[in-house]
Design a protein around this ligand. Structure first.
Ligand code: IPM
Ligand code: MG
Length: 362
């Protein structure tokens, strides 16, 4: 059956990197008989500029009707002075909330040809293959009340609420244990239970869920220690489960271990496996329009889309192997470039991946 993919390029480098993922998708349709249909819609600042809202109703309707969503990035300095309700980020957060995409999977894998590009010494990252399971629709990002107000003495005050219900912790823990079960069977839950009640409950509930997974070794770390361990000895991790805010921070940190934030894809899934797929990096307005952005995280997000929302692991692997082949052949965008490799543009990297893909065609 033909799958429908909603494509939301967004802002900054979003349109450039999404264009390369679409080249790959095109090749899969034309040369490999993949059955998908795509439709493009506005989100973020681009939607605000065109329609006065970062999250148009038509975009939500399209995403609801689609089997999966592929997104570039949202945000940029042009919209930073707008009120929160119409900031580009509200489009993305609205989509996550409306589609109940509570489970965010962020794999960080070191591709051996990129060992030299990692921020850590090659021997520390050799064999790195971890996945962060980030809770995506709760916690500080969505807790009520939130806002800004004046104190009785007339001082400005900002406030947000960190809140998690037991059911929210339980369902993300289930995803994390299931993920660990399919991998090396080690799960590390990250919290701040020495300070926060919310984290205390998190730890309690994750441990309770763990009783149903005796085959998975569960450990707990405070988030500050987890950040340290990630840069000290990252290969100790298999699956990491954590809340929305900690997951946001730790995944950027994990990204650098792989050579560049331009390498990390993500999948945000609902209870039934419908998903939104996006690179974990942002819109990088500083390099937008220059054709130098790394499209690999978006291409790998497309691979995750094929795996999780199209149930097509074989094609997903093909895309991942094509990325590796392009890297092996020495192609590098500026962010992962090092001596002895070939510096290429965003478009040339996309072309190299497509060429590698074609070479697999029997
Ligand atoms: C991410 C991004 C988003 C987040 C922003 C753009 C709202 O940083 O997906 O990690 O904070 O979740
Ligand atoms: Mg982030």
């Amino acid at each position: 059956m033909t799958k429908k993919i909603a494509v939301l390029p967004g802002d900054g480098i979003g349109p450039e990197i999404v264009a390369e993922a679409l080249k790959v998708l095109d090749c899969l349709v034309r040369d490999f008989g993949l059955q998908v249909e795509t439709e493009i819609a506005l989100i973020g600042g681009a939607a605000y500029d065109a329609l006065g809202t970062p999250f148009p109703a038509a975009t939500l309707a399209l995403c609801r009707a689609a089997d999966a969503v592929l997104l570039g990035a949202v945000g940029g300095p042009r919209w930073e002075s707008l009120p929160y309700e119409v900031r580009p980020e509200r489009g993305l957060l609205g989509l996550r909330a409306e589609l109940e995409l509570f489970a965010n999977l962020r794999p960080a894998i070191l591709y051996p040809p990129l060992a030299a590009a990692s921020s850590l010494k090659p021997e520390r990252v050799a064999g790195l293959d971890l996945i962060i399971v980030r809770e995506l629709t709760g916690g500080l990002y969505f807790g009520q009340p939130r806002g800004r107000r004046l104190t009785p003495s007339g001082e400005r005050e900002g406030y947000n609420t960190l809140v998690y219900r037991e059911s929210e912790i339980r369902r993300i823990a289930e995803v994390a244990f299931q993920t660990a079960r399919k991998r090396r069977k080690r799960l590390c839950s990250v919290d701040k239970a020495n300070v926060l009640e919310c984290s205390e409950l998190w730890r309690e509930v994750v441990s309770e869920v763990g009783r149903d997974y005796p085959d998975v070794a569960l450990s707990h770390l405070y988030v500050d220690n987890a950040a340290m361990q990630l840069v000290r000895a990252p290969t100790q991790f298999d699956v990491v489960v954590t809340d929305n805010m900690f997951g946001d921070i730790l995944s950027d940190c994990a990204a650098m271990l792989t050579g560049s934030i331009g390498m990390l894809p993500s999948a945000s899934l609902d209870q039934r496996g419908k998903g939104l797929y996006e690179p974990i990096h942002g819109s990088a307005p500083d390099i937008a329009g220059q054709g130098i952005a790394n499209p690999i995280a978006t291409v790998l997000s497309l691979a995750m889309l094929l795996r999780y929302s199209c149930d097509d692991a074989a094609t997903a692997e093909r895309v991942e192997r094509a990325v590796l082949a392009a890297l092996d052949a020495g192609y590098r965008t500026a962010d992962i470039h090092s001596e002895g490799t070939r510096k290429v543009s965003t478009g040339e990297m996309g072309d190299a991946i497509v060429a590698a893909l074609r070479a697999f065609n029997p």
